[in-house]
Write a protein that binds this ligand. Structure first.
Ligand code: NFE
Ligand code: MG
Length: 467
C-alpha cells in the first residue's frame, strides 16, 4: 500500500487535506481532513436574532447570500411571517444570480483546468487534455470574468452590494422595485445569457463529444470513478411567490434518494455524528438538540474538524447532482447512480435551469409593489431555514429564548460531502467517491478531479469556537 497525502488541495475554497491508500495503482481507502476551525455558531449565542443573517453571511465569501437567506427563513418561521409576493420574487432573483455565478466559477476556474477547458478561448476542440496557460488566461479575460461581473451586477442592483448583500431581511426585502431597476437587470441578464449559451454549447456540443470520440479511455474512466455513496439529499429552493411555504412548488424539489428510492424529507432523521471529529462526544446529535460544538483537538481517533451529518444513519451526497436527480432534471450518463463526469455535467445543466429561471424571475417583478411584511421577534420560538446553496442542502436552525438566540446550528453542504467516517465506520461522500480511483505518487490528477467535482468549501463546513 502506498500512502498519498494531498495537502493542501488547491483550487477549492479553504483548507482541505486528502489522504489515500493505493494498492497496485488503485485507491483502497481514503480520509478527508478539514484543517481549520472557526466560531460562527457560538458567536451568535445571546445575540438579537435579527443579527444572525448578517453574521452568518460572513461564514463564507463565496456563498454569503445563501447563509443570509437560510438564516432569514429560520427567523421567519420562528416569527411566523411570510413576505409579500414581490419580496419572494426579488429574493429568488438574487439567489438565482448567485447560484449561476458560483457554478460558473467552479466549472471554469476551479475544476476547468483539470480538463483543459482552454478550448473555449478559441480552439474548437482540445486535442490533448493539457492546459495551455495563454489560452486559459484569454478565456478568463474574454468570457469568464465578464460573465461573472454581470451576474454580480444583477445582484448589486437589487441587493446593494456583493458579497454580503444587505437588501434581504426577515419579512422580505428592503429594496424598492422600480421599472428602471428591472430594465437594468434584464439588460444585463440578456448579455449574460448569450455568453453562457456559448459556454454551454461549447461544453455540451464540442468538448464532451470530443472527449467521448477521441479519448474514450478518459471518458470511460470519468463515467466509472467518483461514484460515491449513491444516496442524495436536497431541501429544495426557489419558492413559488404565490405559495412560498409549499416545497412541492419549488423550482428545486425537496427530498432524498436513499438506497435508490425517492423519499420525502423528514428533518428528524438528520443527526450529526462526531466519533471521528475533533469535538467532545456530546457535541453532536439531532439538529434540534445539538449543543454548541466543544472543540477537542486531541481526541483519540478523530481526524477532522468536520462533523458527520447522516440522514437515516446513512451518508448522503448533496449538491447540483443531488438536486438535479431529486427534481428529475438530469439523467446520469453513467450506469452508476453518480460518476465524476455526471457530477460535473449536472452542475452545468443546473446553470442552464437557473439561467432560464433568472430571466423569468426578473420579468415577474412588479414595480412599486410591496416587498416587506413587518413582524415581531417572538419571546420564545424556533425555526428551520432550509435552502439550496450552490454546493447543496443548507440548514440553519434558530432557537430563541427571552428574545435572544439560545441555540444556533448550521449544517452546511460541504459538511455533508466532506464528512468523515460515522459511528458505523461508513465513509463520507468524498471519501467514498475516491475508492477505486487510479492513483500513484506520480499521478494524482484523478483523485483531485473527484475531490473538486464536489466543489468543497471548507470555510462553510466547519464552525466551532474555542473561548
Ligand atoms: Ni463557502 Fe457554501 C455553498 C454553503 S459550502 S460555499 O455553496 O452553505 O458547503
Ligand atoms: Mg454546525
Amino acid at each position: 500500500m502506498v500512502e498519498i497525502v494531498l495537502d493542501p488541495v488547491t483550487r477549492i475554497e479553504g483548507h482541505l487535506s486528502i489522504k489515500v491508500l493505493a494498492e497496485n495503482g488503485i485507491v483502497k481507502d481514503s480520509w478527508a481532513e478539514t484543517t481549520l476551525f472557526r466560531g460562527i455558531e457560538v458567536i451568535l449565542l445571546g445575540r438579537d436574532p435579527r443579527d444572525a443573517p448578517t453574521i452568518t453571511s460572513r461564514i463564507c465569501g463565496v456563498c454569503h447570500g445563501v447563509h443570509r437567506i437560510a438564516s432569514i427563513l429560520a427567523l421567519e418561521e420562528a416569527a411566523n411571517v411570510t413576505p409579500p409576493e414581490n419580496g419572494i420574487k426579488v429574493r429568488n432573483v438574487l439567489e438565482a444570480a448567485q447560484m449561476a455565478w458560483d457554478h460558473l466559477a467552479h466549472l471554469t476556474v476551479l475544476a476547468g483546468p483539470d480538463y483543459a477547458v482552454y478550448g473555449l478561448a478559441g480552439k474548437p476542440c482540445p486535442h490533448e487534455l493539457e492546459l495551455d496557460p495563454d489560452k486559459y488566461f484569454r478565456l478568463l479575460h474574454t468570457t469568464i470574468l465578464p460573465l461573472q461581473r454581470i451576474l454580480h451586477e444583477i445582484q448589486a442592483i437589487f441587493g446593494g452590494k456583493v458579497p454580503h448583500r444587505t437588501a434581504t431581511v426577515p419579512g422580505g426585502a428592503t429594496v424598492e422595485i422600480t421599472a428602471s431597476r428591472i430594465g437594468a437587470a434584464y439588460n444585463r441578464y440578456l448579455a449574460a445569457k448569450k455568453t453562457f449559451e456559448e459556454v454551454y454549447d461549447y461544453i455540451v456540443n464540442r468538448f464532451v463529444p470530443h472527449l467521448v470520440d477521441e479519448h474514450p479511455d478518459i471518458a470511460n474512466l470519468m463515467l466509472n470513478i467518483g461514484t460515491g455513496v449513491g444516496n442524495f439529499l436536497a431541501y429544495g429552493a426557489f419558492p413559488d411567490p404565490s405559495d412560498p411555504g409549499n416545497p412541492s412548488k419549488f423550482l428545486f424539489k425537496r427530498g432524498t434518494i436513499t438506497d435508490g428510492v425517492r423519499k420525502t424529507l423528514d428533518l428528524t432523521k438528520i443527526v450529526e455524528q462526531v466519533k471521528y471529529s475533533r469535538y467532545t462526544d456530546d457535541s453532536g446529535g439531532p439538529v434540534r438538540e445539538e449543543k454548541p460544538p466543544q472543540p477537542y483537538p486531541g481526541k483519540s481517533g478523530a481526524y477532522t474538524w468536520a462533523k458527520a451529518p447522516r440522514y437515516d444513519e446513512k451518508p448522503h451526497e448533496v449538491g447540483p447532482l443531488a438536486r438535479m436527480l431529486i427534481s428529475g432534471y438530469y439523467k446520469p450518463l453513467s450506469k452508476h447512480p453518480a460518476s465524476l463526469l455526471d457530477r460535473l455535467l449536472a452542475r452545468l445543466e443546473e446553470v442552464k435551469v437557473v439561467m432560464e429561471y433568472l430571466g423569468q424571475a426578473i420579468l415577474s417583478l412588479k414595480p412599486a409593489a410591496s416587498v416587506y411584511n413587518d413582524y415581531k421577534v417572538p419571546r420564545e420560538g424556533e425555526g428551520f431555514g432550509l435552502w439550496e446553496a450552490p454546493r447543496g442542502a443548507l440548514l440553519h436552525y434558530l432557537n430563541i429564548k427571552n428574545f435572544k438566540i439560545a441555540r444556533y446550528q448550521c449544517v452546511v453542504p460541504t459538511t455533508w460531502n466532506v464528512s468523515p467516517r460515522d459511528e458505523a465506520g461508513r465513509r463520507g461522500p468524498i471519501e467514498e467517491a475516491l475508492i477505486g480511483c487510479p492513483a500513484s505518487e506520480a499521478e494524482t490528477l484523478n483523485v483531485l478531479r473527484i475531490v473538486r467535482s464536489f466543489d468543497p468549501c471548507i470555510a462553510c463546513s466547519v464552525h466551532v469556537f474555542s473561548p
